[in-house]
Design a protein around this ligand. Sequence first.
Ligand SMILES: CC(C)(COP(=O)(O)OP(=O)(O)OC[C@H]1O[C@@H](n2cnc3c(N)ncnc32)[C@H](O)[C@@H]1OP(=O)(O)O)[C@@H](O)C(=O)NCCC(=O)NCCS
Length: 177
Amino acid sequence: MLFLNHLVMDAYTPEQSKTILTDMVLPGETNPLNNLFGGELLARMDRAASIAARRHSRRIVVTASVNHVAFTRAVPLGSVVTVEAKVSRAFKTSMEVFIDVWIEDRESGEKTKANEAIYTFVAVDETGCPISIPEVIPETNLEKERFDAALRRKQLSLLLAGKIKPNEATELKALFE
Ligand SMILES: CC(C)(COP(=O)(O)OP(=O)(O)OC[C@H]1O[C@@H](n2cnc3c(N)ncnc32)[C@H](O)[C@@H]1OP(=O)(O)O)[C@@H](O)C(=O)NCCC(=O)NCCS
């Protein structure tokens, strides 16, 4: 399959870009409530996501936008935090990376979903110019759902950044028709 992807399709599955960072929450990384500082989590997610984007594109990548972050659960001091990032869809030069964050119970070892986020990365050449990247082939149901909704999220992000006009956001418009 990998052989086929390289030769015929130039495409990779989300699993092939999967990047997992596991680390503890230390005292210097917390807020006054002794929970992980939001900016620290953003940095950990950015790091994992940029490695996933690099694995998918085999290029230099830069963060173009942070499209969505949900800090649904506080992450207490001492927690073991796992950040898992996968490229959910690739466009021409940009790619969406989905990040799931889990915390691990010390005694049972059970993992609970704490946060999630969606970042956009752009592959660039040595001069910083955007460059074409391989496609993504989603495999699981969740990967297919994320793949399908990614164009809508890209259009929303471009709209909010003032890079497209409302009438160009065709996928978004279709939601209201
Ligand atoms: C990201 C960057 C390369 C985009 O450059 P640009 O001149 O806007 O290039 P383009 O308009 O051709 O956009 C390139 C791709 O990014 C996408 N893109 C640009 N801004 C985006 C945004 N806000 N949301 C989603 N996608 C975006 C475009 O849609 C395009 O995607 P496609 O080729 O897959 O269709 C450029 O803005 C940059 O280098 N920014 C700084 C990045 C950086 O330093 N990040 C770290 C922050 S500290």
